[in-house]
Design a protein around this ligand. Sequence first.
Ligand code: ADP
Length: 281
Amino acid sequence: MKLSLRGVGKSYSGERGETNALCPLDMDVREGEFISLVGPSGCGKSTLLHIVAGLEPATVGTVDLDGERVRGPGAELGLMFQQQTLFPWLSVRENVRFPLTLAHRRSRGGAGDADRQAARVEGLLRLVGLWDFRDSYPAELSGGMQQRAALARALVGQPEVLLMDEPFGALDAQTREEMQELLLHLIQRHRITTLFVTHDVDEALLLSDRVVVFSERPGRVLASLDVTFARAARSSELKLDEAFLHQKREILALLRGRPRTATQRDRLLLGLTNTRTEGGS
Ligand code: ADP
């Protein structure tokens, strides 16, 4: 298994006492699998992503990547967030190269390394359509272009796993669709293992192999649904497809706390991966 979460849970303690953000859960992610995490605001999706990224310690439980315990942030994880995270004082090309510069310093790589890195940065900038803007600064780019640069930067270190937290959440509808198409294209080419947080069910269905649905805070896994469409057939057009709408209705019903029938509810709960027992915290 590429990524294994065992009993991962989180509570925050502050002045106003304890906030139970995430109930202990198990999750297994296969190599190349694209999983979306959907759920109401505040149910712990970002918290889970930060724990997997090693940016936030879990209160309980463990995260293993390729069988090795994740104990802190590392180059094997590519991160992309909703907020603009590019360095304003670096050009687009320098921003995308930045993670390699850090790794290069650590490994004291030679000149050949530098050439390979430059070629990789160029390849990615071309892939995301930003080569002509390589010497521009973030403030000179639209929101969509900034997120293209952030995507290139997340991929530049050839991460084992890509962690994306509502990366297109702040974009207008049309730009968002363009970014989804770009990501879809990348996934089809490179099969990168991805955990993707979104509250947009259309986006989750369009991009994912599997959609994990969370309850309200403290987040519990309500269901883990395989998306049954062929990847090659996916595009924005698919959002009008009857099979697509059927799965969308299933997920929306879960999010509203109203699975449509008892049998359907039972079937959906077969995907249940929460380790919390009834009466637990
Ligand atoms: P989501 O991503 O699903 O919207 P989050 O993971 O951001 O949810 O937050 C889950 C819960 O944990 C929320 O109630 C939030 O207020 C709380 N929380 C998140 N980060 C912190 C923190 N650093 N300190 C205290 N509480 C936090």
